[in-house]
Design a protein around this ligand. Structure first.
Ligand code: ZN
Length: 314
């Protein structure tokens, strides 16, 4: 309070009994003094900053590392897709049998065609494909590629889940079109070894499969397991098949009511991983009492195989 010899007084004294917005609320008035002023220069109340707990400081630190150091933009794929103007591709954009990007010709859906052997694009028509139908969200580039890499290598489990939600909508549409019952279907995520899970800190295909499950109403059943092998990214096309051959096995048989199996993976590059998963499931399907429709679903499909890591060409 200032008062000079001419009688000027600041702040002016309030009449007795008068209260206004500047009066400190009882709760604030009871807060312990922290050394910071509780009133602004015009007499307005100031919020007293409360110290963060250690848990809050740790969460803020992690968030800053994610945003500023790892350049993550957000954990919700749908939100990022809206901001980027990304649209899911049309069903005619890819071959429903092998999943490669369409070369401009129409291909019948193998699940709807009276003769599934008469379906497929020019690339797969003469090939034996271990699954009946392929479902994908898009090509492996741009926003989808960034989102998959962030899920896989930045431990962003929530982003994988939202990618799975988008893929699950497609899976649900294909199942409804073919009359497949979600209650008689299971989702199997591509398996990961414990060693790789410890190294990466996230089971990305499990996160994606969780999203597919929520969107399609099909339950997840982790039937497959995997033996540790070197990463597929170090091998050429024939080397990939050899590297993954015999790496997967089925832990048990299919649940009794199963009529549809949906194999979920992040990316199809040469198809070696999905083919090995189908091989590992073959024994379980053979001993099953019902006919089983096998669907392969990946978030993205690589446009072209570019060779092992370190030998990619633009
Ligand atoms: Zn094809």
């Amino acid at each position: 309070m200032q008062q000079n010899q001419s009688g000027f007084r600041w702040p002016p004294a309030r009449p007795a009994g008068e209260t206004d917005a500047a009066e400190p609320p009882p709760a604030m008035a009871m807060q312990p003094a922290t050394g910071a002023p509780r009133w602004g220069p015009l007499g307005e109340p100031l919020a007293i900053p409360q110290p963060l707990t250690w848990a809050q400081r740790w969460r803020r630190c992690l968030r800053e590392v994610e945003v500023y150091w790892l350049a993550m933009e957000g954990g919700d794929f749908a939100l990022r897709a809206t901001e980027a103007g990304w649209q899911p591709e049309s069903a005619a954009s890819f071959c429903p049998r092998c999943g490669t990007t369409s070369q401009g010709h129409e291909t019948l859906d193998p699940l709807l065609s009276p003769d599934p052997a008469d379906t497929g694009c020019t690339l797969c028509r003469e090939q034996a494909i271990p699954w009946a139908r392929f479902v994908r969200l898009g090509a492996y580039d741009g926003l989808l590629r960034r989102a998959i890499l962030e899920t896989k290598f930045s431990r962003w489990k929530a982003l994988g889940h939202t990618l799975g939600l988008e893929l699950g909508k497609r899976v649900a549409g294909v199942m409804a079109g073919a009359g497949l019952d979600p209650a008689r279907a299971i989702i199997i995520p591509a398996p990961m070894t414990r060693w790789r899970f410890l190294m990466r800190g996230v089971h990305h295909t499990r996160a994606i499969a969780g999203g597919v499950s929520k969107a399609s109403g099909v339950r997840v059943c982790e039937l497959l397991a995997r033996r540790h092998r070197p990463s597929q990214t170090w091998f050429s096309r024939p080397g990939r098949s050899a590297n993954v051959a015999g790496a997967m096995y089925s832990r048990r048989g299919l649940p009794a009511e199963t009529e549809t199996v949906i194999l979920v993976d992040d990316v199809k590059t040469t198809g070696a991983t999905l083919s090995e998963a189908c091989r590992a499931l073959r024994k379980a399907i053979k001993g099953h009492s019902r006919p089983v429709t096998l669907i392969a679903a990946t978030v993205a499909v690589s446009r072209a195989f570019r060779g092992p890591r370190g030998t990619e060409t633009p």
